[in-house]
Design a protein. Structure first.
Length: 259
């Protein structure tokens, strides 16, 4: 079901809300009215189909989009909209893999019940992005990284001139470099990605990767040898030597036992 406001001359950003819970829609409407009265709400919808119709008809600048809506998700809506999607601020009641993928894609999400300060930060960021007219590749990164159906999973990694599609099985080591991460591949090639190692660890948490040092995340399928020591050292399939910290040694050995 869709609820739409009357037409208006747009001088400030506009928004719409898609959420299958009426209480959540009401709570967000109250917050927006109190915290951001200049943000015109063009309408609300209670599901994916109605949300698609609402966005296509009203073309809001910002879309507050629930992740889980019955048997469908907000990602189904994004796939249907394609390049016509507005700037999205996701809303969700719990942490999940989806939230990890959202963070990795540099998009915003709000945990319910929505915190006022976090709402303010997300809207301010949305205003800047809308003004700059730069959605970049954030949504494509997100949608591709949400697909975990294949055993030979592919990650979409943001690089300077677009997206690099990388098979997870080909990644040997992820190495921290301040707020960047250097990805070392099986063929000895490497690339620098503007995401932190912590973000990679979250995104790869359910696969075969182990944090063996504060600065290193390794694919255990590419470990060729473990050399004993205080922490020890790993020899990887691409010839790299990776130090293991004392604190991570037990986790590594436990992880190898389960492999």
């Amino acid at each position: 079901m869709i609820h739409m406001s009357g037409s208006t001359t747009r001088t400030a950003p506009t928004c719409a809300i898609v959420d299958d819970e009426e209480s959540s829609r009401r709570n967000l409407l109250r917050l927006l009215d109190k915290q951001h009265p200049d943000l015109k709400v063009l309408g609300t919808a209670d599901g994916v189909a109605a949300g698609i119709e609402l966005v296509k008809q009203q073309r809001p600048d910002i879309l507050f989009l629930d992740i889980d809506m019955g048997g469908q998700t907000g990602f189904d809506l994004l796939r249907a909209l394609g390049e016509d999607s507005p700037h999205v601020i996701f809303t969700t009641a719990h942490e999940s893999y989806a939230v990890k993928a959202i963070r990795f894609s540099a998009l915003d999400y709000l945990l319910k019940p929505i915190d006022r300060a976090e709402l303010d930060i997300a809207i301010e960021k949305a205003r800047r992005i809308i003004q700059a007219a730069d959605k970049s590749d954030m949504y494509e990164v997100l949608l591709k990284n949400m697909d975990r159906s294949s055993t030979d999973r592919v990650l979409a990694l943001p690089v300077q001139d677009g997206l690099e599609m990388v098979h997870v099985n080909e990644i040997v080591v992820c190495e921290a470099d301040a707020q960047y991460t250097t990805i070392h591949m099986r063929d000895k090639s490497r690339m620098v990605i503007s995401r932190s190692l912590g973000e990679f660890e979250e995104l790869l948490q359910d696969t075969r990767f182990l944090r063996v040092h504060h600065g290193s995340l390794v694919n255990r399928t590419h470990i060729k040898k473990y050399i004993r020591g205080d922490g020890g050292e790993l020899i990887m399939s691409n010839g790299m030597n990776v130090a293991v910290s004392k604190r991570k040694k037990a986790d590594l050995l436990d992880g190898l036992d389960k492999f």
